[in-house]
Each structure stands twice: as C-alpha cells, then as structure tokens.
Design a protein around this ligand. Sequence first.
Ligand SMILES: [Zn+2]
Length: 323
Amino acid sequence: MIDCDMHRRVLRAGALAVVAFSWLASTVWSDETRRIAFSFDDAPRGNGPLLSGSERTKTLISGMARAGIDGAAFFVLTQSINQQGGGVARLRAYEEAGHMLANHTHTHPWLRHTDPAAYLADIDRATEILDGFDNVVPYFRYPYLDEGDTRDKRLAVVAGLEARGLQNAYVTVDTYDWYMQALVNEAVEAGHRMDMDRLRDVYVDVLVETIEFYDALAVETLGRHPDHVLLLHENDLAALFVEDLARVLRKDGWDIIPVAEAYADAVAGERPDTQFNGQGRIASIAHAGGASPRELVSPWEDETNLRAEFLANGLLPEEESSQ
Ligand SMILES: [Zn+2]
C-alpha cells in the first residue's frame, strides 16, 4: 500500500510537471513562433503613381525574395489580365517566383449587389481563364470580403464553391492598405513631394498594428495564436515596402509562412454562422460568438484615422489639413 501510495504521489508529481512544462512550452511557443502568410488581391493591377504595372511586379518579386517570403498567393481579377499591358507575363512571373495564383472573380462583383447564380458564373469565367496558368490553387477570395448580406445567399454561394472544389480563401487580418494607396495617389496627383522614408514608416506601422489587433482578438476568441493570413493588395506600397514590413514582423517574433500552410490551421474548418464577414475569419468567429461589431474592427480600418495620420506625417498637401 505504501509503495502504491508513493507510486501514485510520484505519478501525480510527474503529471503536474508535465502540465507545468506544457503550459510553459505553450507560452514560450506562442510568444516566439507567431506565424503569418501574405496574400495580394486584385492582381494584375494597372500602372500606379510610383510604379508601372510591370515595374511593380518586378519590385514586389525581388522584395519578397530578399525578405524570404515564399508561397504567397495572388488573387487574380481575370478581367484585368488583358486590360493591363503585360498582364499574362506579370502573372507568369509571380508563378515562376514560386507564388500561387487563385480566383478573385472575373469582374469583382459585390455579392450583396448580385445573385448567387450570376456570382458563381463570374467565378467560373475566372476559373476558365486561370486554366491557362501553371501554379493555380483552388482558393477563392471574395471581393470586398463580402460573403453575402443574407443567410440564404451566403449558403447558396458556399454550396456553389464546394461543388466546384473551391476553398474559401479567408483572411484573418483585414487591412486598409488600399486606402493608404488611394491617399498616395491623391498626394502624387496634387504634385506633393513624398517623403518616402516617412511613407514607409507609416505604412509598416499601420499594418503591424493591424496585425497585432487581429492577433490579440484571436487570442481572446480562440485562446491561441492561429496561423494568420494577411490581406494586402498588389499595389505600389506593397511592392516598395514588403521587405520592410517583413523585417519588422520578424523582429517582433513572427515567422512568415506559405499561404497553403496557413490554410492548414483549424480556423479553416470553422463555419461561423453570421453575415459579419468583412473583417475576416477571426472577427466572424468572434461575432458569431456574440461580440459586438465595433470591437472587431481595427482603428486603422478607418479612412478618417488614416487621412489624419498621413496629414500629421506630411504625406498629403498642407491645404488638406484645413478641411
Ligand atoms: Zn479585390
């Protein structure tokens, strides 16, 4: 009996040690190995204010190579392939650099403004065009992250995607990188001289803070750091500063992983029953769990805040500040 009791005590101490060790390991693991993948919507976009389309593709590919970003995904708007000079060559360049192409519809419709049949037909048109490329993965990224304004519509498209073998290429980090690019377009059109170092710092800081916002929301909602998918657009800012963004993320303890690896996360199997999808999958899960929408949007997903930040950093013409 004594032996047996002692044995039990030893076992219990052993079990406690295991629990303590796994708690410690999970703390260390979660703090040191947060992971994020990069995705770029609306490729191939036309000429920007700072780079032509083909310059942008070259700059983005070389920036990602220097930053060690592999297996990024480009969500292709297929109607742009012929509208933009060299569209096919640019998409081939992304493939040849080891990145993936995927479906973002042919004409970029809002699901809320169309019906499921027309929407799925637009997706099919994009699929046919993408068939001509080599490194295409069966992912679908909803334009505007709009998965439908009614439950019936949402479920009809979900069923349509499943029938086509397409996976919802959700994001976990929604960003307003497109609005920062719009502010740059506005400044350059007004003849404003851009301080490129300032622009880089604002772009990187805003995105890093947005990533931290959604990671904190994930920890609160899921109790862990999931593998994240970052939403960016194929724009001038991404091409010029992707390397700087990656450097800061690495310094903060992030690993950058291929998109396919991020989509192996358990979050991919979640089916939050909500029409609140515009801020990405983590926010949808939190909303389906009862969180209020206003807690689920980063302060940097706000045009007023971003414009004020650009003005404060001299990235817009002075006269704008009197408005
Ligand atoms: Zn888009």
